[in-house]
Design a protein around this ligand. Structure first.
Ligand code: MLT
Length: 393
């Protein structure tokens, strides 16, 4: 028996596990200190009322013979897919129901989708980047090349037509930087992909933070995307489903490579390897898309946006360069005094017990940068801002 040696080419632990371990050690040695966690992008507000009621009602149905359900369709129930279809339509994107696949979150499918592609493909990822794209492809032994994201291009790299890539990852609003591609910029990527027989894996997990109507929430708002892109979205950040788990993947029926239909391939993959998201959870997800659900989640999103403003204001006060936080829950800042990302991480943890995410954990261009999230409670965010204010003075 031989193991997959590619695992030896990834860091020993996942970025957020490394951070959690470090913070737990600090907590054990400093039991008198209150730690404020603004590192991993995990939500703190509870599920909204409409969602909880739907989940309870679905749980009751499961306890009654007449309404009990066993295996559901692997690709998700139509009642939820219809709601997602309508949601896309409200952004002028027309989808067929069988282009929508319900998942247990964007992260899982961003990794799972790789089952469909040859190991010889060259993968292009921006740097800095959500580590899952790099780690999952490294596990499969694929060659990875990087598109530099930096302050000069506002952390929004555009395609370089002299470079040949087969699989391209884009995330907008971006994790970790909070930068958002406009329609022209996304069109440039779509044209590149269509001209180079490449596929774009578009992570739209943070689309719900977009309030600027001119910015695209979905890659399918742009012409040409249906022949070159797959979109991954999740209710984790949209509706607080990080622990509840539900998302969706859109695979257009027009997507074909080597005369093979990618939508059919994905259906084949899912029906073989996945038994679907629990009925109870899909009913909760359906409630997110009702009128009341949308109103309630919007209140939560506004709350996080206000948190982002509180953090941004204190950074502005101290002239700390930063982006994000407006159309995104993430604030991406330049570490003061030329500190490295991990130096700043330690400095904040030791002096003010604030946990953030070192930019270098997202790639070499992240060195010297730091990510804070707006997903904390209001009380903790305010306290963190006060602590930062004092420290930076
Ligand atoms: C993050 O902090 O980058 C996110 O929580 C990661 C994720 O959604 O998996």
């Amino acid at each position: 028996m031989n193991i997959n040696k590619n695992y030896q080419n990834i860091a020993e632990s996942y970025l957020f596990s490394t951070i959690a371990k470090k913070v737990n050690e600090f907590a054990q040695n400093n039991t008198d200190k209150k730690i404020i966690r603004l590192g991993i992008g995990d939500v703190t507000l509870p599920l909204c009322k409409t969602v909880v009621e739907a989940i309870k009602a679905a749980a009751d149905e499961m306890g009654i013979k007449e309404t009990f359900r066993g295996y559901g369709p692997e690709q998700g129930y139509d009642f939820l897919k219809t709601k997602i279809q309508q949601y896309y339509l409200s952004h002028n994107v027309v989808l067929d129901l069988d282009e929508i696949f319900i998942s247990d979150g964007a992260k899982s499918d961003l990794g799972n989708i790789l089952d469909l592609f040859d190991f010889d493909n060259t993968v292009l990822v921006p740097d800095p980047v959500y580590p899952v794209y790099v780690d999952t492809n490294t596990m499969a032994g694929r060659k990875i090349i990087y598109a530099n994201a930096n302050a000069d291009n506002n952390f929004l790299p555009l395609p370089d037509t002299t470079i040949k890539a087969d699989i391209i990852y884009l995330c907008s609003p971006n994790n970790p930087t909070g930068a958002v591609y406009n329609k022209d910029q996304l069109k440039a990527w779509i044209d590149y992909a269509n001209n180079n027989n490449a596929i774009i894996l578009f992570d739209s997990a943070y689309e719900c933070f977009i309030t600027d109507e001119t910015l695209p929430r979905s890659i399918f708002e742009i012409d040409g995307a249906k022949t070159c892109a797959i979109e991954f979205c999740s209710l984790s950040k949209t509706a607080g489903f990080t622990g509840t788990r539900c998302g969706y993947t859109v695979v257009p029926k027009d997507l074909e490579f080597e005369n093979v239909n990618i939508n059919k391939m994905w259906l084949r993959r899912q029906t073989t390897k996945f038994n679907g998201v629990p009925y109870i959870i899909q009913r909760g997800a359906e409630a997110v898309f009702t009128k009341e659900g949308q109103k309630e989640i919007q209140e939560n999103l506004n709350y996080y946006k206000e948190n982002a403003k509180i953090i941004s204001d204190v950074l502005k006060k101290h002239n700390i360069w930063h982006i994000g936080g407006k159309q995104s829950p993430y604030i991406w800042l330049k570490c003061p005094n030329n500190m490295t990302s991990w130096e700043f991480f330690d400095y904040l943890l030791e002096n003010v017990q604030i946990v953030g995410t070192p930019g270098s954990g997202f790639g070499k261009n992240g060195e010297g940068y730091f990510r804070l999230t707006s997903f904390g409670s209001r009380e903790n965010t305010q306290e963190a801002a006060e602590r930062l204010d004092k420290l930076l003075n």
